[in-house]
Design a protein around this ligand. Structure first.
Ligand code: HEM
Length: 491
């Protein structure tokens, strides 16, 4: 891209020659006083920031969320205050296990991170294209992610590491089933659903809390790639999904998702848990639609490409902890772990003042006493300007804002401890249900997709994993064994 502006240094000083270094005579050596050369090389050496520890490869776009149905009986969150109300949004899609340069079409869940710039601050709904997850306790997350990345010695991805983990963590079977189904290779980012996945809460003006799950349904229709096609595209166009999203928005073909909500009171969840035996806050489970219907809420449209990828997409810093008044968390252990994880990662990845960057700063006024640190003042708020840098302490106690959003908490029970639910919790029925809703053709594809990596693992790992398929549905186990036999593997 050419520009007609005269070249300057970063300090605005005109640069006379950007092609020839200052040298002692035509053959050199070079002179230390060529500050432009030195600054150019120095900045180049510092261009990279650490990639995200997961979800490193991604694509982002701005858009608008529009309320289509009234949910003010459920929440006082201002973005839902009236039908027709719009809120500026930013979304980043991603793959999970690959590095920043990896192929967009790899078999993987897809990240579906949403930010809503509300007048009460940023609400980040950091979801995936799957409604469940592999594990139910965040203490397993680093180990799990290591199995999705590279072997410490060979530096290769390893089917053995992956299935060693999955076969010893049967709670992963539900998500593994989805991953190896056709949904594991979506055709770009526009043709997939999104899910908040966790149970969150909503709080209305009367202070009443309900628990909810968020769903984003693609209005472009679901489209997946055949497994062999995904592999082919990984070779010829590794940035397939980035290209598809950018071009669609650039040509005015704006992708849209219908936002829906499953809602339950604490009492309804307790009754459901009694009936099914499933913990409603267990992230490896879904809330069946028949038990908890999905009510319409609004439409999310993406309609503006970022101007600068690094500034706006690479430096975007989402956090599930960002919920606004009228919303809250749930006891889901995974969500609780994530409330800590994201901001901490971004302090390292982007820096102390990452929330001041334009893509991360709230659009509403904000006031706190966080000051200074590297790159303070990068945002419009100018490091807090001349505002006081300490909170005044009232003689009679704290100021009335209170903790969090000032909402009532939920009752807690039980003694502190480490609880191992293995062997007591049902990790197989919902995975079996997912297998059973697939058509015969889709079941076959699932089994074939699994047989590829499974044929590479050790016999005992294979046996353990096959045992899980059998428990979910005998036909599932038989299907994977048949697909293995077609690859010459007897199990
Ligand atoms: C305990 C479990 C988890 C931990 C500790 C964890 C941690 C992280 C961390 C550290 C990042 C990088 C953040 C950054 O550098 O900006 C990340 C990114 C992400 N995670 Fe998780 N994660 C967990 C589970 C999940 C789950 C269950 C979902 C989906 C429901 C999810 C969705 C995402 C997405 C979409 C991103 C990329 C955000 C973006 O586009 O910038 N994660 N996760």
């Amino acid at each position: 891209m050419s520009t007609t502006h005269p070249l300057t240094t970063a300090s605005g000083i005109p640069v006379a020659d950007n092609q020839n270094s200052l040298s002692a005579g035509p053959r050199g050596p070079l002179l230390l006083q060529d500050f432009h050369l030195i600054e150019k090389l120095q900045h180049f050496n510092r261009e990279r920031i650490p990639e995200r520890v997961v979800h490193a490869k991604g694509s982002g776009a701005y858009g608008t969320f529009t309320v289509t149905h009234d949910i003010t009986r459920l929440t006082k969150a201002k973005l839902f205050a009236a039908v027709g109300k719009t809120t500026e949004s930013f979304v980043r899609f991603s793959t999970v296990g690959g590095e920043k340069g990896s192929a967009d079409t790899e078999r993987d869940p897809r990240g579906f991170a949403m930010r809503f710039y509300t007048e009460d601050g940023n609400w980040d709904l950091v979801g995936n294209n799957t409604p469940m997850f592999y594990i139910k306790d965040p203490i397993k997350f680093p180990d799990f992610v290591h199995t999705q990345k590279r072997d410490p010695q060979t530096n290769l991805k390893s089917a053995e590491m992956m299935f060693d983990f999955w076969s010893k963590a049967p709670e992963s079977l539900h998500q593994v089933t989805m991953l190896f189904s056709s949904r594991g290779t979506p055709d770009g980012y526009r043709h997939m659903h999104g899910f908040g996945s966790h149970t969150y809460s909503l709080i209305n003006a009367a202070g009443e809390r309900v628990f909810v799950k968020w769903h984003m349904y693609t209005l472009q229709g679901i489209k997946n790639l055949e497994a062999h096609e995904a592999v082919r595209i990984a070779g010829v166009d590794p940035d397939y999904a980035q290209r598809d999203l950018f071009n669609a928005i650039a040509t005015g073909d704006f992708p849209r998702w219908e936002v829906r909500l499953q809602v339950a009171t604490e009492a309804e969840l307790a009754a459901w848990e009694n009936k099914t035996g499933w913990n409603p806050f267990d992230l490896t489970k879904v809330w069946p639609h028949a038990d908890f219907p999905r009510i319409p809420v609004g439409v999310l449209e993406l309609n503006r490409n970022p101007v600068n990828y690094h500034a706006e997409v690479e430096q975007a810093a989402f956090s599930p902890a960002n919920t606004v008044p009228g919303m809250g968390y749930s006891p889901d252990k995974m969500l609780q772990g994530r409330l800590f994880g994201y901001h901490d990662a971004q302090l390292y990845r982007v820096g102390t003042n990452h929330q001041q960057l334009p893509v991360n700063a709230p659009r509403c006024p904000f006031h706190n006493q966080q000051r200074d640190g590297q790159m303070a003042g990068v945002g419009k708020d100018n490091n807090g300007g001349s505002a006081p840098n300490y909170a005044t302490v009232e003689a009679a106690g704290t100021a009335p804002q209170g903790f969090g959003h000032g909402d009532a908490g939920w009752a807690l029970s039980g003694a502190a401890g480490r609880f191992d639910g293995r062997g007591q919790e049902d990790d197989f029925t919902q995975a079996g249900n997912l297998f059973r809703v697939l058509s015969a053709v889709e079941q076959r594809k699932l089994c074939e997709n699994l047989a590829g990596p499974l044929s590479q693992v050790m016999a005992k790992t294979m046996e353990r994993q096959l045992g899980h398929f059998d428990k979910a549905d005998p036909a599932y186990g038989m299907g994977v064994r048949a697909a293995l036999r077609e690859r010459g593997v007897t199990a």
